[in-house]
Design a protein around this ligand. Structure first.
Ligand SMILES: Cc1ncc(C[n+]2csc(CCOP(=O)(O)OP(=O)(O)O)c2C)c(N)n1
Ligand SMILES: [Mg+2]
Length: 369
């Protein structure tokens, strides 16, 4: 569990396309990676311009996320981390839906009640992002057990970082799934940092993958900047889970090329040489070189792709920004199937107060910001 699975270099030299993937599959993977980076860059710009409050870029981790998620069909449940919006992009969530959440506007699925970047996308089987580190791990293990009890043919995926492995939830989740042999894939993205804590201060284990041994499941260490290797590891883990052979822990070795979040400045704790080393292993550049060799990439296609994505994102940003905030009475929605009488009364009291008091302007039912 110290060796690292790699596919890209050998596949570049081989005649055939690897892993049963078609040219369209490979182009779709590349598109999702490029789109994720464009989204991240746009979000950082919007945050710097004061137009959204917060974001968490995944720059450098696109292969790790797109590779694995390409092996996860829509019927699979995903318990994401705050850094894995590429999964939503790959699943075809409209840009406007993502920006609605970042703006917390009136068409935001969660009605502006979550911190920006905490997407909750039930229609795409993407469970709400958890802010407390690691809580999604035990939730996913529970869901995987439920799927097993119901006899459903699908798999649960959960995403967390190297730092997440130090939480009690990691132990609880992996132990439970290991005992029950539940259909769960534990995706640990080792991006070398937990904010400013380097991964060598996170664990004394030689690898994160080897922690799987203690839970009675396979641990696979994969080059997380090699999109095809991650796809292979994830596909095998899914097949294993569907066969009833239980969970897998995948350690995807990658690197965070950007800040932890829009609130972080890695220059304060990261040696510039380390960043330079990993920039040379940029997962998008590596995949692009492979595609070019296979005659599946041209500069013209790349430009067309980038222009198309930039236009789609631009349109969604404009639309989300112009959408008014949630109406104030929606504050009471979604908790009860039928609102209890005392809350109906309180909602009316709030609306009456808004209308009569000068303190809050009457927005005609719209959120008074
Ligand atoms: C229980 C808990 N402790 C601390 C934090 C603060 N915190 C937010 S992100 C983070 C680092 C997590 O690192 P890692 O799991 O490696 O994921 P990455 O951010 O690198 O993707 C910490 C400590 C938190 N959100 N929840
Ligand atoms: Mg990390």
């Amino acid at each position: 569990m110290t060796e690292m699975l790699q596919v890209l270099d050998a596949a570049t030299k081989a005649q055939k396309l690897p892993l049963g993937l078609t040219a369209d599959d490979l182009r779709a993977m590349y598109r999702a990676m490029v789109a994720t980076r464009a989204f991240d860059q746009r979000c950082m710009n919007l945050q710097r311009q004061g137009r959204i409050g917060f974001c968490v870029p995944s720059i450098g981790q696109e292969a790790s996320q797109v590779g694995a998620s390409y092996a996860a069909p829509l019927e699979d449940w995903v318990y994401p981390s705050y850094r894995t919006h590429s999964i939503a992009i790959l699943r075809g969530v409209p840009w406007k839906t993502l920006f609605d959440q970042l703006y917390g506007n009136g068409t935001d699925v969660v009605k502006g009640r979550q911190m920006p970047n905490h997407f909750s996308l039930r229609a795409w089987n993407l469970v709400s992002v958890s802010s407390p580190i690691g809580t999604q791990i035990s939730q996913a293990a529970g869901t995987a057990r439920a799927i097993q009890v119901r006899g459903e043919k699908r798999v649960v995926w959960t995403w967390f970082g190297d730092g997440g492995t130090s939480e009690g939830e990691f132990h609880a989740g992996l132990n439970f799934a290991g005992v029950w042999k539940s259909p769960c894939v534990f995706m640990c993205e080792n991006n070398h940092w937990a904010i400013s804590v380097p991964c060598e201060r996170q664990t004394a284990s030689e690898t994160f993958a080897q922690k799987a041994v203690a839970y009675g499941m396979p641990g696979v260490r994969v080059d997380g900047n090699d999109v095809l290797a991650v796809y292979q590891a994830a596909k095998e883990a899914r097949e294993r889970a569907l066969r009833g052979d239980g969970p897998t822990l995948i350690e995807s070795v990658t690197f965070r090329l950007g800040p932890h979040s829009s609130s972080d400045d890695p220059k304060r704790y990261q040696a510039p040489e380390l960043l330079e080393t990993w920039k040379k292993r940029d997962p998008i550049a590596r995949f692009q070189a492979f595609l070019e060799k296979k005659k599946l990439w041209t500069p013209a296609w790349d430009k067309q792709l980038s222009d198309e994505i930039a236009a789609e994102i631009g349109k969604a940003v404009d639309a989300a920004e112009q959408t008014p905030p949630p109406a104030v009475e929606t504050l009471f929605d979604d908790v009860y199937a039928t609102l209890p009488p005392h809350l109906v009364e309180q909602r009316q009291a709030v609306l009456d107060q808004i209308r009569t008091s000068g303190a809050i302007q009457d927005t005609g039912g719209k959120f008074p910001l």
